[in-house]
Structure formats: structure tokens, C-alpha cells
Design a protein around this ligand. Structure first.
Ligand code: MBD
Ligand code: FE
Length: 311
């Protein structure tokens, strides 16, 4: 059965009515977007002859997605979050804005409210026998290489199981473990003393993994560390680096890897003097270059619901 009804007046009237397109009440932008997305869905059902069974499978999938609290995780997994980055990169290019540390996706696991320290922060609160010490440090500068004093560098990452505090299903981590924030001094330098993360994997029974299974895809990320960086008169940077050598670096289910975001991992000694749990440790230098406001505005600020907690 391959009927075509999308172009009929009945269906077009239905779309207009369902989205209240052009209606007095409601929000015109919301109506416009709803009308378009609904139209694209109806057209796909027509074009691909999507069956009622398939439609209901999709509808009930949305229930599971919400129950699992995984809509933002799915957004990363289906490339939607990466797509927004591609668009922001293109918008920068269109206005001649080049240089600076490349952006990459925020992901769904940020928690606002980490304690802010001056210059250096030790962020491994809970012991993790399987994770070795790691120092992450660098300088925040502007495009001309001038160190930015008073910049705010926030980082968050997973433990040796690939779990993030606040979202850890084992309950093994306290609030803000492996999450921290530092304010730079006159030299623009920041440093986090922490433990080596391991890559994240989607919850195996969750809606996101269910969809990925159907596509024949895995739901894993290489080991990585997230950053938010802000400084007066500069645009907020959202980025991450990957841990060099992780086998999934170019096979990230969230497509966040970028060539410029794989800093070398260097073996060091002298960890005891830094208060690390072993004298031998790994160090990653990750310098952060911010771009100036665009006509006085930060067009990189993204508003989205985020978890928050009290330190
Ligand atoms: C993560 O840690 C992450 O960064 C993303 C984008 C998705 C899931 C888990
Ligand atoms: Fe992450």
C-alpha cells in the first residue's frame, strides 16, 4: 500500500490547525517550528510508507526516553548537538571570526555550582583505586596571546568507571567529585589536580542505547575532559579535550573529537610535592584561547536546563 496524501487539502489543513499556524493565541515562532517539524514528519510517513506499528513504536519510544531522562543524551548521540557546533563554526566563519580554541559539545552531564579556587584546584575528592594522578594545566589568553587575568575555567570529567558525579548510578561519588572551577591570576594560568578519566558509555538499558542498538552503533565516548571558560569582554568557550591514545578517539558516539583537541599526555615525576597520590603522574597542557565579544555581545552563550548543586 503506497498511498500519497500529504499534499491533499485535508492534510495541509490538519497541519495548519494542529500547529495553530497564524493563530492569534500562542507563540508565532513556536507555531512556525511545530508546523514545519510536524509537516516533515507527516511527509516522511507518506514517502517511506511508515506503518502505524512503526509510528506507535516511535511514540512509545518517546515515553521511555523521558522516563529514562535521556533526551539530552540522545541529542548528543544522534549528532544533533554536533550539528549545532557545525552551525556555530559556520556563523563564526561568516563574520570572519577565526582562531581561538575550537568549540565542541557540552554534553548532558554538567553540574553548576562547583567551588571556585584561585589558580589551582584539587578536584578528586573520592578515592579511585583504578585511576592514576593527572594534572591539567594551561594558560587562558586572548587571540593575541595576552594572558587573561580573572578568567573563570570550569572543568568536569568522569572517574575510572566512566561515571560522572551527580549522575553516577553506583552512588560512589560525592557532589562535585571531579568537577571544579578556578579563577586565573595575572599570568592567566589555571591548574586542576585530578585523576585520569575513562570514557563514558550510555546506560545499557536506556532509551539512547536502545536506539543505537537498532542502528548498529555503539554508545561510547573516548576519555575526555569538559571545559567552560569565561572572561570579561570575551565569548564563553565550551570545549573538551580527549585523552591521547584512547582507541575511540575517532569513534566517539557523540562526534565531539577535533584534531586540535587532543593534547599530548606527558609522564612526570614530583607528584608527591603537589599532593598527588603517587609521585609519578601524567600531565596535560591545554591552553585556552578566547575570542572577543562580537559587537559587544556573546553569541556563543547557550541557554539550556542544567543540573546544579550546592558545594
Ligand atoms: C558524556 O560524558 C558526554 O560528554 C556526552 C556528550 C554524552 C554523554 C556522556
Ligand atoms: Fe562527558
Amino acid at each position: 500500500m503506497s498511498v500519497k496524501v500529504f499534499e491533499t487539502k485535508d492534510v495541509q489543513d490538519l497541519l495548519t490547525a494542529a500547529s495553530n499556524l497564524g493563530g492569534q493565541a500562542g507563540n508565532a515562532r513556536f507555531q512556525q517550528i511545530t508546523h514545519r517539524l510536524l509537516s516533515d514528519l507527516f511527509k516522511a510517513i507518506d514517502d517511506l510508507d511508515i506503518t502505524p506499528d512503526e509510528v506507535w513504536a516511535g511514540v512509545h519510544y518517546l515515553n521511555k526516553l523521558g522516563q529514562d531522562g535521556e533526551a539530552a543524551l540522545l541529542a548528543a548521540g544522534i549528532g544533533l548537538e554536533k550539528y549545532l557546533d557545525i552551525r556555530m563554526d559556520a556563523a563564526d566563519k561568516a563574520v570572519g571570526l577565526e582562531g581561538g580554541t575550537p568549540r565542541t559539545i557540552e554534553g548532558p552531564l554538567y553540574v553548576a555550582g562547583a567551588p571556585v579556587r584561585e589558580g589551582v584546584s584539587r578536584i578528586d575528592i573520592n578515592p579511585d583505586a583504578d585511576a592514576g594522578p593527572l594534572v591539567i594545566r594551561g594558560t587562558v589568553t586572548d587571540l593575541e596571546g595576552k594572558p587573561l587575568a580573572g578568567a573563570h575555567v570550569e572543568c568536569w570529567h568522569a572517574n575510572s568507571k566512566g561515571f560522572y558525579s551527580h549522575f553516577d548510578p553506583t552512588g560512589a561519588q560525592t557532589e562535585f567529585n571531579l568537577r571544579g572551577a578556578v579563577k586565573t591570576g595575572a599570568d592567566g594560568k589555571y591548574e586542576f589536580r585530578t585523576l585520569m578519566p575513562v570514557g563514558y558509555g550510555c546506560p545499557p538499558q536506556g532509551a539512547t542505547q536502545q536506539l543505537l542498538d537498532g542502528l548498529g552503533r555503539h554508545g561510547n565516548r573516548p576519555a575526555h575532559v569538559h571545559f567552560f571558560v569565561t572572561s570579561d569582554d570575551h565569548r564563553k568557550l565550551t570545549t573538551q579535550f580527549n585523552i591521547e591514545g584512547d582507541p575511540l578517539i575517532w569513534d566517539d558516539f557523540a562526534y565531539a573529537t577535533r584534531e586540535e583537541l587532543i593534547p599530548p599526555v606527558v609522564e612526570k615525576t614530583g607528584g608527591a610535592a603537589l599532593g598527588l597520590k603517587a609521585d609519578t603522574y601524567k600531565e596535560i597542557e591545554f591552553n585556552l584561547t578566547l575570542t572577543a565579544l562580537l559587537q559587544g555581545k556573546d553569541n556563543q552563550i547557550v541557554h539550556r536546563p542544567r543540573a546544579s548543586a550546592e558545594a
